[in-house]
Design a protein. Structure first.
Length: 238
């Protein structure tokens, strides 16, 4: 966990085991929930940690809070909130709050992730913090893609996802709202899953190579993502 005043679901994606036995580099990507509660001390801590870009994955109507001018602020509507035909069934049955929509989103709305990956590629030098509202689902989808890009083991990727469930009580206390843990679990159960099995199944079937080819992602973006902006390439050579 990354301990920042005003955040209860923040963590660096570094230190996760890869299939080759190495570990993901720290300080490249940080995931979190909304930043509304982060005050001046928290922002100083994030800047000291190396964060130079914040990417807000929320829909335009959800956006709140301010980011200091010392940190670049980028907005990417990962959902594609205007894609009502896609979202109708997932919003109706609750799967929008689970990993059960991830693969369909990547297949049906590939341009949304492509925009996000381009923003990562062109971000200022330094660490990137990406977030949605709870730091759980949209953030979880992006984290899954980034972890798959570096061949993070299934067990390590699942463990990272489950941290959000472990952090739910702390998030509720900090943000003064429920994050519907029981509701999420009930929805998953209706579809024959637990939180772990839903993410594990999605991650096992996340073929990033095929997605890259079918999405016509620029070569420079593909290299940036598969090397975590060069940090993993340096690690692999060490």
């Amino acid at each position: 966990m990354l301990h920042i005043d005003g955040l209860a679901n923040a963590r660096d994606l570094g230190g996760l085991e890869r299939e080759d036995g190495t570990f993901t580099p720290a300080g490249v990507f940080v995931r979190s929930e909304r930043l509304d509660r982060v005050g001046s001390d928290g922002w100083r801590a994030l800047h000291a940690y190396g964060i130079r870009t914040v990417i807000d994955l929320r829909r335009p109507e959800e956006r709140t809070g301010q980011v200091p001018t010392t940190i670049r602020h980028v907005h990417i509507d990962l959902d594609g909130g205007d894609q009502t035909d896609f979202w109708a069934e997932y919003e109706a049955d609750g799967r929008w709050g689970t990993p059960l929509y991830y693969l369909a989103h990547l297949q049906t709305l590939p341009h949304r992730l492509a925009l996000l990956l381009k923003a990562i590629t062109t971000a200022d030098e330094g660490g990137i913090l990406f977030h949605c509202s709870a730091g759980w689902d949209r953030t979880g989808l992006v984290a899954a893609v980034l972890l798959r890009a570096l061949d993070v083991t299934e067990d390590a990727a699942v463990a990272d996802y489950l941290h959000s469930f472990a952090n739910a009580d702390a998030m509720a206390a900090l943000h003064e709202r429920s994050f519907e843990v029981e509701e999420r679990q009930q929805i998953l159960n209706r579809f024959g899953h637990t939180a772990e099995s839903a993410f594990r199944d999605m991650y096992a079937n996340l073929d990033l190579e095929i997605w890259f080819r079918e999405s016509n992602v620029e070569p420079s973006t593909r290299v940036a993502i598969k090397t975590w902006r060069g940090a993993a390439a340096s690690l692999d050579r060490a």
